[in-house]
Design a protein around this ligand. Sequence first.
Ligand code: ADP
Ligand code: MG
Length: 379
Amino acid sequence: MDIDMEVVLQNLTKKFPSRDRKNRGEVIAVNDFTFKIPDGKLIGLLGPSGCGKSTTLNLISGLEKPTSGRIFFGGDDVTELPPENRGIGLVFQNYALYPHLTVEQNILFPLQNLKGKDKLSKEVMLEKAREAAKMVQIDELMDRKPSQLSGGQQQRVAIARALVKMPKVLLLDEPLSNLDARLRLQTREEIRRIQRETGITTIFVTHDQEEAMSISDLIVVMKEGVALQIGKPQEVYDSPANLFVAKFLGTPPINLFHGQVKAGRIYIGENAVMDVGDISDREVYVGVRPEGFLPSEEGALCCKLKGIEVMGRDISIVSENPASLNPTVRAIIGTENKLNLEQEALEEGNEVRFSLIPHKVFLFDRETEERIQFEESGL
Ligand code: ADP
Ligand code: MG
């Protein structure tokens, strides 16, 4: 695109009067959110239900007015502009198509509402609708009614309708949540392709970390109205700012242990598992990604084996440790790293030992739950 459509959110805050009648306070749905969305990128807004994702999106679209803060599109302050003057395309979880209109009429709808100098001829409108339909591969279905389409097809129509005016900013609120697993995968790849082809600055809301990680140039992890961390998906996974982010990203999730730092070493229970240099003695949470364990007879971390799960591509070693916050510890070993353990060692109840891969191990303060940085040095 020729215009620079960077979107800037500046100290954006949205408070609602509490819906809870007994509790007359207010809900801070979005709390002092400052973020620059680069032109032409796809941003994933990620967080659990109720963290303020939809409210953030509604502020960007203009469906909600901020309590304070400003919003800029390509340098222009749009905070006071109504949604229809912002040049946005919106897609929601429930496709919200007009049931009595055909696919073509649904896609045409936003164009028919253009007034004055923006008004288009019938031919131009039909041409644009066809182009948008082609982009999401539903141009064969133009004469059908929404009830004659699958969920995935309906969502494509909704996307085509959002694209037909060539919006400056595309806003998608959990657009894949109503689709079954296979369609979800396919449609998210489709959205990525369309976004790349059109170069439209796009904000994609989801509570699904895998979805956000796979599709986004940048992710914003939100909790209780606050943006906790912003970065490239892999960077956020590899370097979580705090316990919440570490727990939210990754399947299977990170393994957490109660631990201590004593004299420059991390202890999980009695086991000294890693050297960490000059961190003062304290209580910590130790987080270990599932891929951060190497089974080895000399390994420092001692667990009790529960079972082995072979899942095609990799092997899970499921075990227990008294210091673990989760009921089980799950280690994932690629099948190419053949288990160098004797068969009889793999029986339930036996001891299994792991050494830890330093850059897969994170320390968090017990009080603040913030990450404690350390020099990786192994043991
Ligand atoms: P998400 O999309 O991440 O699930 P929302 O943005 O919908 O979260 O909601 C964020 C918070 O704001 C929640 O606590 C929700 O209950 C509250 N909230 C959202 N809309 C309203 C409203 N119109 N009135 C009162 N509270 C609201
Ligand atoms: Mg929502």
